[in-house]
Write a protein that binds this ligand. Structure first.
Ligand code: ADP
Ligand code: MG
Length: 365
């Protein structure tokens, strides 16, 4: 089946270590963009230990990715469940059953094709812990990869390991059929971790010596592989040294520059709201986290495809819209009479048009 790509931006949230806040970050970013009226789909890809549904307060039985993986449905659309937050839908994670945490390659590729075909402005992939191939493949397939870590040694080490593995995995798939470089990568990967020579510079040297044509492609991968770094549970006591070292290590050892998204504060109150994270973010005690998430989201938003340019509304267009507003009853204008009143009083053609479109009418494009 041929599927057309409709997802405008796919963002993966990974980071190696469990418990560092990947799912909280995925949820908070998804809520942030949904509040900006972007159509967001959040996909729980922590196939072994899915928990996004509980962070979103969903307790009822719902369809899950397992239905897709077991081929009960041939599309992701029927699995998308509303979340109580307008514009945000969830594809809940698979309940665990043997083999599901590690779907075969063809099934993973099929899932990726269906993810790309989702009609959404932002699709977020919440990944599981570890550096299993399926986790790395989802990370590498996204348009943007975000690494979440805490400012403590084990998490930072895991973040580095994750970045290195994701880069290696990308290069492995790029050069899979390349005789010399494919073999060189395989051979290096077969060595024990501490004896591996791998870095982008090392690979470039191999290419210069044995396959000069490939140098340009390595440069291209280096340009494109730019994970973003987000430090969660930051506190005033946390030393910046570990994070500085991580960025330096990536630059010097791997040749990878990390985009900086900033810090999210440690929020002791969050623990009491884990069954309603959106509610927490909206509450006064959640406001520092909400603001930090908005700031962290900004660099990612610069990569979003531009909105359609604003259209010009002729006098006739404006008159047609006014007629529509008068003609439609309050119900069609959003269900609340107040909305219709607002639309008439603060009439701005582009807002009214967008509103009517969302309710199935509006001017012809
Ligand atoms: N910014 C934060 N402040 C306080 N606690 C947090 C924060 N982020 C995450 N946590 C806690 O850490 C736990 C694990 O977070 P989660 O996002 O599920 O981790 P991961 O998805 O990386 O395994 C959460 O249930 C929450 O209790
Ligand atoms: Mg998680």
């Amino acid at each position: 089946m041929k599927l057309e790509r409709k997802a405008k931006r796919i963002i993966a949230i990974g980071g190696g270590k469990g418990g560092v806040g990947k799912s909280i970050v995925s949820t908070a970013l998804a809520c942030h963009w949904a509040r900006q009226q972007r159509r967001v789909v959040l996909i729980d890809l922590d196939l072994g230990a899915a928990n996004l549904h509980s962070y979103l307060g969903i307790r009822r039985q719902t369809p899950t990715l397992a239905d897709f993986l077991r081929r009960k449905t041939d599309s992701l659309e029927p699995l998308l469940i509303p979340t109580g937050l307008p514009h945000l839908r969830l594809c809940s994670g698979a309940e665990s059953f043997p083999g599901m945490a590690n779907p075969p390659h063809w099934l993973k590729q099929k899932l990726l094709r269906h993810i790309r075909a989702l009609d959404a402005d932002v699709v977020m992939l919440d990944l599981g812990a570890g550096v299993a191939f399926n986790t790395l493949d989802f990370f590498d397939a996204a348009d943007d990869g975000v690494i979440v870590t805490e400012p403590e040694p084990a998490a930072v080490m895991n973040a580095y390991g994750f970045i290195k593995s994701a880069l290696l995995r990308t290069l492995q798939s790029v050069f899979r059929h390349h005789e010399t470089l494919g073999e060189a990568l395989e051979a290096d990967l077969a060595l024990p971790e501490d004896r591996r020579a791998f870095s982008l510079d090392w690979l470039r040297q191999q290419a210069r010596a044995q396959a000069p044509d490939a140098v340009a492609l390595i440069d291209e991968v280096q340009q494109a592989f730019r994970p973003a770094l987000l430090v969660n549970r930051h506190s005033a006591q946390a030393s910046p040294v570990l994070i500085d070292n991580l960025r330096m290590l990536c630059r010097q050892k791997l040749g990878v520059e990390l985009d900086w998204l900033g810090h999210l504060p440690d929020m002791p109150d969050l623990r009491r709201s884990l069954l309603n994270v959106p509610g927490f973010l909206d509450s006064p005690s959640g406001s520092p986290l909400r603001k930090a998430v908005a700031a962290a989201a900004q660099p990612l938003e610069t990569h979003f495809p531009p909105e359609a340019p604003p259209r010009d509304y002729s006098d006739d267009d404006v008159q047609a819209l006014l007629n529509m507003v008068d003609w439609l009853d309050d119900h069609a204008l959003g269900g609340r009479p107040r909305d219709a009143w607002k639309l008439r009083v603060y009439f701005r053609p582009e807002e009214v048009d967008a509103h009517l479109r969302r309710h199935g009418s509006g001017l012809a494009a």
